[in-house]
Design a protein around this ligand. Sequence first.
Ligand code: ZN
Length: 269
Amino acid sequence: MAVHAHPDDESSKGAATLARYAAEGAEVLVVTCTGGERGDVLNPALDHPRVRADLPAIRRREMAAAAEVLGVRQRFLGFTDSGLPGEGEPLPPDCFARVPVDRAAAELRAVMEEFMPHVVITYDPSGGYPHPDHVQTHRVTLAAFEATEAGPWRPRKLYYQAAFAKRWFETLHEAMTDRGLESEMGAVLDEWPEWAPALEVTSRVECAGYFPIRDRAFRAHATQAADDNPFFAHPRDLEREVWPTEDYVLARSRVTVALPETDLFAGIA
Ligand SMILES: [Zn+2]
């Protein structure tokens, strides 16, 4: 089970891992906490009033298409996107980030007890991205995981995504520069944000063979993924060569593990 904040997050963070495990026969469920209702249309080709007016329904269809590409099941938890408020701006009253953590966690726990995942993946405490819904997704998933302790189904392991780590940007930037390719990642690194934690990766999942599926899933979110999206800016053959894994931090385990590991299901009988 991978718990995400908005439709499209599952395709940009850890998607190749989900596609790989699904292809290998695992049942994979993406839980999307909000409908992405307050997102923008980031693809200029689709940015017209008709699309903006119908964005929630369009994003649901995009999410369904992406899940099909990845070969996973998906369900919405039903909360409302908080949007990305400007500095000092209040959060909208009805939004996910304002829902008490315990209330949202009870709903996610119910999904955990129904789907019975062995492994749960979510964001680290920073959210991995300073969006209130991402931070809330972390809090809610951690609380739900802890709450299963007393229940009928206890997921065995909880992981945090380590996508878009500084080392990943540095490695790709160096590889592109070495080959005389233009890299936009130098600018990203020059402005590396202070809030971004350096996570201690415990688990690297080899999944380069599934990067093309990841990319197709991300493109299925057409309102979010223009061709000039930075997500597509680095050559894929280079990525497969220098960084063929998606990486995770084991945050909680109810089984004995030997770290580092290369399989999120390691140690689970
Ligand atoms: Zn998001």
